[in-house]
Ligand binder design. Sequence first.
Ligand SMILES: [Zn+2]
Ligand SMILES: [Zn+2]
Length: 718
Amino acid sequence: MKAIRVALPLALEPLSYLPPLGEGPRLGARVVVPFRKEVRVGLVVGEEETPHGHALRHAIGYLDEGPFLDPLGVERLLAAARFLFAPLGQVVADFLPFIEAPLCHRVRLVPGARPEALEAPLLEKLRDWTPAEALAPELLDALREGGVLEERVAEALPRRPRLLPVRPPDAGIGPKAAEALRVLWQLGEAESQADLARRAGTGSGVVRTLIERGYVRVEEVPAVPELPEPHPRRLAPLPPPEPPSRIQGGRFRERLAALKGLMQQGPLLVLFPEGSMIERAWPYLPEALPFYGKLPALLRRRLWQTRGKSVLGSAQALFFPGPFFRVVVAEAASDAHKLASGTRAFLPALVEALGMEPLYLEAAPSAHALYFAEGRGRPLFFAPPRVRGQAVPKAKSRGLLAGRTRALVQQALERGRQVLVLAARKGYASRLHCASCGYQPECPNCALPLRYYKEKRGGELVCHQCGHRQPAPPVCPRCQSELIEAKGPGLDWLAESLRRSFPETPVGRLSGGLEDLPEPLRQGAPGILVATTRVLRKNPLKNLALIALPWVEGFLPESDFHAPERFFAMLWQLRDLVPGKNPYFVLEAYHPDHPAIEGFLKGDLLGFPESELAMRKALSYPPFSRMVKLEVSHREESTAREAAGRLFEALAARAQEGELLGPAPAPIPRIKGRYLWHLIVKSEDPERLFELLKDLPPPRPARLKLDPDPVGFTGLLD
Ligand SMILES: [Zn+2]
Ligand SMILES: [Zn+2]
């Protein structure tokens, strides 16, 4: 007998089950299985001969007639797990979390069975189909193992009430009730008592009476969420002469017009880094389906069955059943393509690893796209929009904003226009610093300077890694000096300083989790918005004339080699923030001659990305090599260090020159009370990494985590 391999959306490898009673294996179908004391939904990812000497349990039932994932999808799922060095279940949890559904699960005894363990009343009850929730999981398991239980599962659909008219109004009811009933006859149906009362302009007591007296009937109907209607916006398709390898430059609408042209040739799967971009693109491409985590899971499961349409999706659309004419990756340099937990996949790299040969859609070319699109056809390159602006050297000790920046802000406001000031950090300041002894408060759990928030009385220090909070000290706790001061201006500090400089002007704030927008700003009146990059997802300024970045280096942390190209792409996205507006830029930097700044101000889209690519080639950074970061952690420093050492030795026995780097303490050596050590495995041949990392001995008692595409690894490569 064949067994099925089932991947549950948990950090586990697939588990073996016997197929549901009376059924065979169905590759790619969703299947309900008993797991620990629950029932869970998984995907059938393979089959095998039943292993001898193992008593396998039966799966309970399939949820789909056909496959939920086609054979190509299953194959890609397996390939993704291998590429990400992750258990298959983790890949399912990251990319297909919506396979799980509320279940309607019923059980009964096999007719004629009389298990001895059951007492008479229960025996009687189980002769008929009974909801499984009514029985203890242990009992269900015992009955299953005894082979006396029949089970049925199906997806439980949410239901909503519906009011239907039964009889016409007659003398038995008063005038108000008669009127409400007439309204219902006219409508055909109403959603609820309150809905009918509102439409008939009466109280809900009147409607209740109609139901009680049998004039109106309430029934339950399936409540299936629908996609909202897009609000289409005109966009003339711009079909490229031949399918390009990348679409770059120009403005957002121009790139979408090229996409629309391609969609006329066949359905596209477009993978965006964030939902807000899908929401911006959909009105221009209403012929496509949006597919991302913001839609209810039930709706996602239904849309999954659609074929032949283009899809505008997030990472959750990666395995969307095709076939697609082309796969498109939008803004490959965006850090939102990197999953923050789970497999920690970096989507553009995974799409390449799966052999999907995507075409790239970007405001500014990324090194990744330049490298991978090479040889796949001609790029479609739109002329960049004209850039106006200047770089201003940042003076170390003079105020938060340079005099030049202040003058430009003043000018824009006087002309009745709006100003965007971009902050690199949330909160008040990156840290506190004692000017006399150099003391900086650090998180007691993490080796990180605490962020300073000034709004709370006396100020508060917060760790962004673990959430630790403590009051800010009024004087330096080490030398008692009062010279303890804020460093690294954050959003709140910039807003405070601008309010002081421009007391008559509305100053708003916008970041993830904070939206403080004075009404005049929304209306287009002159004013200032201090915002983090959140503004790229949601821009309230329509009358924008000036964009100021008072601290460019805040966007360029040295530990992240993707940061410069991300910064460059961000400048181009800011340039395109308000359609039809051409804002002036003022960029304050300690190094105003940074090539990303110079390239942007010159309006040169290609020079900087090409120099980045050359730099990565010289250093053999991705995409010229592949790196995997191994992170060993433990609460005891010595345990973490020794475990990293043992792991190093195990790897060193297999590695060749240059393939193994470390071990070294992580750039942030302690997080949430655990000491972190890093090793990097690196090779130009990805297959080598699979050989090196195969069957690695776990560094117990320390914990090991793999990052299949690390962005930060300072200290190990220099
Ligand atoms: Zn001090
Ligand atoms: Zn912390």
